[in-house]
Design a protein around this ligand. Structure first.
Ligand SMILES: Nc1nc2c(ncn2[C@@H]2O[C@H](COP(=O)(O)OP(=O)(O)OP(=O)(O)O)[C@@H](O)[C@H]2O)c(=O)[nH]1
Ligand SMILES: [Mg+2]
Ligand SMILES: [Zn+2]
Length: 337
């Protein structure tokens, strides 16, 4: 092997089981982790993810690389791994703008939208809400959905589009600026990959109808890949997410539910739990119809989940152990009697 003496700066294009694909701007190179990185990584957060900038050595005429270090991330998208309690999954890093896509047909759900907004806000990323498949509903219905979104996310841009009629595809294209990194988020089947193909003007990436997807029970897009557009913008398509755990309580929740926090400041008691207190500004806002009860419930639910997710790994282990012990004693006492 012929070794370059200095590390090169490269960006992670995709992540595979034990390997990575990285790029120095032109071409893609197979990469592995240095032994040092493998042995010192203490959590999945230390591992490179799609969009990460890394220091790497390139070998054999730039056909193979060893990653030595992940540079600090400016923004990130992370979530709880599906199924597991304590595990965190990094979805992507160094994203400037996240397109949160929901289709306006049966898939539309304000509470889910809130979850995506929390995830994006807490990662320091700018959200833009895209409503897909607007060819499937009337313009009145679309306006109604937009009004509902405006109520929960007054600061966020909302744009409806259709891959079928082509509506607003050019507007979306014009949002994509050179050297900025974007990602497509949203449930399986909302049309993320179809939008990417519309933007590229090709059928390069595989898409599939929702009904076919259900029968197979899997997502069409299975990996996250950084794709470079002609104008130099970068875009990451992601597989639809089944489960969105929220990982950090503070920033994301605060930004997404700003009006609830504002109301809380007007509660009579500083330690108001907003459940039954006299003079609770939140309860009275709900009563007066100024705050939707569902939205408040969703906030409380996410706050609880976040508090749990914010516990350290060992705290969670303790909780799991306590639970395990409980089951054991319950089983034992069952045997006894
Ligand atoms: N009517 C209508 N159908 C659309 C539109 N965009 C996408 N579809 C259809 O929706 C289905 C799912 O599209 P995909 O692009 O594969 O969805 P995805 O979000 O990438 O799904 P995953 O990769 O599983 O996360 C396909 O059958 C598309 O043809 C649209 O604007 N209008
Ligand atoms: Mg897809
Ligand atoms: Zn209160």
């Amino acid at each position: 092997m012929t070794k370059n003496t200095n590390h090169d700066l490269a960006r992670v294009v995709s992540v595979h089981k034990d390997s990575f694909v990285v790029t120095k701007g032109i071409g893609e190179v197979f990469a592995e982790l240095s032994g040092h990185m493998l042995y010192t990584a203490s959590s999945s957060l230390d591992m490179p993810t799609t969009g990460d900038w890394v220091y790497a050595d390139f070998f054999d005429d730039n056909t193979h690389a060893i990653i030595h270090e992940v540079l600090p991330r400016t923004t990130f998208l992370k979530r709880k791994s599906a199924g597991k309690i304590a595990d965190i999954q990094l979805i992507a890093a160094n994203i400037d703008v996240a397109f949160i896509i929901q289709s306006v047909d049966f898939n539309f759900n304000l509470r889910r939208l809130e979850r995506y907004l929390v995830m994006v806000n807490q990662g320091g990323i700018t959200p833009i809400i895209l409503l897909s498949k607007c060819d499937l509903i009337s313009s009145e219905k679309l306006e109604e959905i937009k009004t509902n979104i405006l109520n929960i996310a007054p600061q966020t841009s909302v744009l409806a589009f259709s891959n079928v009629s082509g509506e607003n595809i050019d507007t979306i294209k014009n949002l994509l600026l050179p050297e900025q990194t974007y990602c497509l988020l949203g449930s399986s089947g909302v049309g993320k990959t179809t939008l990417l193909n519309s933007i590229l003007g090709s059928d390069e990436f595989e898409t599939q109808s929702v009904s076919k997807k259900d029968s197979k029970g899997r997502h069409t897009t299975t990996s996250r890949e950084l794709i470079q557009l002609e104008n130099g913008a970068l875009i990451i398509d992601t597989p639809g997410m089944r489960e969105l755990g929220n990982l950090s309580i503070d920033t994301g929740l605060e930004e997404t539910f700003a009006e609830i926090l504002e109301l809380a400041r007007h509660c009579k008691f500083g330690n108001c739990s907003h459940t039954n207190e006299k003079g609770c500004a939140i309860l009275s806002a709900i009563e007066e119809g100024e705050l939707a009860e569902q939205r408040y419930k969703n906030y409380i639910k996410m706050k609880k989940e976040s508090a749990f997710n914010d516990m350290s790994y060992s705290e969670k282990r303790q909780k799991d152990k306590a639970f395990g012990a409980l089951i054991k004693t319950t089983l034992e006492s069952k045997h006894k009697y």
